[in-house]
Design a protein around this ligand. Structure first.
Ligand code: NAD
Length: 360
């Protein structure tokens, strides 16, 4: 089959890590007889340098015309790059926010998986790690506190600020359905996280999740309060499969979950809308401090490409193949510098890509 992918290489290490992901995808295409067609799209600093803005309407249209978007990372050194002398709406990150909004990407997925080979990098004790963990944080991305009405007023000389947290039942239902669908492709367990003992928005969240759950009798589901979830993530991370939650809770919990895996260079992510379309990118930034040195870890981007195959193209077998290839290369002892440990073989960005592609 033929698939169209818009490719945003971006800034910093972006072009290096995307190049390696494409190398692996090309190997998958040859093995499974698919055709992956790429359209290069400028966003972030790379777009500012050419067009004076971080994202053009033409770039949005090119993404919309594709089946999925594969992205490296955007942005530069926020202290020294001239991009950060521009007004906020012209800076690199404004391009990404605009793209997410234009594509209605309301569901953010961030897997947190502990590789056996990288257990040493996990900050948790061995008895807590147990057999490891493999969870998916599913975060609502376009509603809630970050998009609610807000303001700051001064009354009688006292400054008062407010932010409002609003969800309607449709916004909750669409993310809940996504969460249960994804659980069906995994270990069939959903933990819905809220603060229903205090917040009305959470009580509505819980009610709608319960309604959606009825359509998925095979999925075991539970509700958990967000404060308890934050504790459980470091007490017994192995209990989780899919964690389903609203925007701000998901922002905080996904960072906590990624920290317990111990390695930012390994973590992929996907942002989906209500079709098969998605934007796939590593969880880390553009790492301008190591750009152009052939030392960046390309694995998070390669695993993001695997998510693209799984969620946008329904090529589960090929996605499994990429994930297996990554594990195999790690098992053979190859490491980029960020995950290097004693007795292992250090390789650069290009060689890591070559090794993973060779395992496909
Ligand atoms: P960062 O994630 O880019 O880097 C943090 C640290 O992790 C750095 O020391 C970096 O060298 C290291 N690192 C990150 N990815 C790595 C990889 N693949 N291999 C090896 N080491 C890696 O975060 P930052 O320094 O806070 O941000 C740098 C720029 O990235 C900023 O402009 C920021 O706005 C941008 N950013 C973009 C995105 C995005 O595009 N979605 C996300 C986060 C940050």
């Amino acid at each position: 089959m033929q698939f169209q992918t818009a490719v945003i290489a971006g800034d910093g290490i972006g072009p290096e890590i995307v190049r390696e992901a494409k190398k692996v995808l090309d190997k998958v295409a040859a093995k499974y007889q698919h055709e992956f067609c790429y359209t290069d799209v400028l966003m972030g600093g790379a777009s500012i340098d050419v067009h004076g803005v971080p994202l053009t309407d033409e770039a949005i249209e090119a993404c919309k015309a594709s089946d999925a978007v594969l992205m490296g990372s955007i942005g530069g050194n926020t202290s020294t790059s001239p991009w950060y002398q521009l007004p906020p709406e012209k800076r690199p990150e404004a391009g990404l926010l605009k793209l997410r909004k234009s594509l209605n990407l309301f569901a953010n997925l961030r897997p947190a998986y502990l590789y056996d080979e990288l257990k040493g990098a996990c900050p948790l004790k061995d008895e807590i790690i147990g057999d490891g963990f493999d969870m998916m944080i599913m975060r609502e991305l376009t509603g809630g506190l970050y998009f609610g009405e807000r303001g700051t007023v001064e009354e009688n000389g006292i400054l008062t600020a407010h932010d409002s947290l609003t969800y309607n039942e449709n916004e909750i239902r669409r993310i809940a359905k996504r969460g249960f669908d994804i659980a069906m492709k995994r270990r069939k367990k959903v933990t819905s996280v809220d603060k229903a003992n205090v917040l009305d928005s959470s009580r509505l969240w819980r009610k709608v999740v319960e309604e959606v759950a009825k359509d998925y009798p095979e999925v075991q589901y539970e509700h958990m309060l967000v404060d308890n979830c934050a504790m459980q993530l470091v007490k017994d991370p192995g209990q989780f499969d899919v964690i389903l939650t609203e925007n701000m809770f998901g922002d905080i919990l996904s960072d906590e979950a990624s920290m317990v895996t111990g390695s930012i260079g390994m973590l992929s992510s996907a942002s989906l809308n209500d079709t098969k379309f998605g934007l796939y990118e590593p969880s880390h930034g553009s790492a301008p401090d190591i750009a152009g040195q052939d030392i960046a870890n390309p694995i998070a981007t390669i695993l993001s490409a695997a998510m693209m195959l799984r969620f946008s193209f329904d090529l589960d077998e090929a996605a499994d193949d990429i994930e297996r290839a990554v594990k195999s290369v790690l098992a053979k002892g190859y490491r980029t510098v960020d995950i290097m440990s004693e007795g292992k073989t250090q390789v650069g960005t290009t060689q890591m890509g070559d090794l993973i592609a060779a395992e496909i």
